[in-house]
Design a protein around this ligand. Structure first.
Ligand code: ATP
Length: 259
């Protein structure tokens, strides 16, 4: 059974069809990227999958459960965690505090435990802290020294890394990354690419949207290509690179070749 099955997903905005019958599936451990020109419907697809916007029609089955109507917090509880094109962190909280928010769905709490700090609570806090450090270690020296620093004091690249770390903190079955390399320089993009590889090697399943083709082609097991809300191609990088429809829609090669 596939980890994720998306069936005939549609999203209309008035007369605009942002998604028109998009279907694809993902297996556990796969790295799948969603590509397409600006306005193709990539972020809309993420928003529909994770419950941030209502779908016009279509179905999402995740880990054997129909989650089509789940709001974001239920999709998260079911095992999906995502990052956003525009980073969404708590800027006044530290890196570790933001990670703790990500762990929220797996921890016990309550007002009394927060005030009186019983033994089980202290043990849980200690475990969460150690788990947070292990996640931050994935980013080498970038985040570990900044564990107690407020997010608003971080560089852009480190904020993007913190957002990925927070998503990982919920131990997702599926990690959805919306443009993990956006705004990064070539060196930072290579580090982000290495990170995705490392996460894959650790058994994570990742769906990501990205415009950086070097990253897409080097880490994706499979690529889904959208154009004007329609899936125009799907396959491994070697096939997608040669696909005429993709070249025409995404890279405009045909027009260039004929010009
Ligand atoms: P980009 O690569 O530029 O981020 P994208 O592939 O993620 O683009 P979407 O943001 O999903 O594209 O947008 C798909 C289409 O839906 C676009 O035509 C966009 O203008 C439209 N759209 C997105 N959100 C809304 C909205 N809230 N209201 C109306 N139209 C919208």
């Amino acid at each position: 059974m596939s980890l994720l099955q998306v069936e005939k997903m549609c999203k209309d905005y008035g007369g605009l069809k942002a998604l028109s019958g998009v279907s694809f599936s993902m297996e556990k451990g796969e790295i799948v990227s969603i590509i397409g020109p600006n306005g193709a419907g990539k972020t809309t697809l993420f928003d529909c999958l994770t419950g941030y916007i209502p779908k016009t029609s279509g179905k999402v089955v995740f880990d054997g459960t129909d989650i089509t109507a789940y709001p974001p917090h239920d999709a998260n509880k079911a095992g999906m965690a995502r990052t956003f094109q525009q980073i969404r962190l708590f800027p006044n909280l530290t890196v570790m505090e933001n990670l703790r928010v990500g762990m929220h769905s797996h921890t016990r709490g309550g007002i009394w435990a927060g005030i009186f700090h019983p033994a089980w609570y202290r043990k849980q806090e200690e475990l969460c802290y150690r788990k947070g450090l292990a996640i931050l270690a994935l980013f080498q020296e970038r985040l570990l020294p900044r564990v107690d620093q407020k997010v608003m004091e971080l560089s852009y690249a480190n904020r993007r890394r913190t957002e990925i770390a927070r998503a990982l903190a919920s131990e997702p079955k599926l990690l959805l990354l919306d443009e993990p390399a956006a705004g990064m320089n070539p060196h930072e993009t290579r580090l982000a690419t290495d990170l995705i590889r490392e996460l894959r090697d650790k058994g994570n399943t990742i769906l990501f949207i990205e415009h950086d083709m070097s990253m897409v082609m080097s880490v994706s097991d499979r690529i889904v290509v959208l154009d004007h809300g329609v899936k125009i191609a799907e396959g491994p990088p070697s096939e997608i690179q040669k696909n005429e429809d993709v070249l025409e829609a995404y890279m405009g090669r045909r027009e260039h070749a004929e010009a």
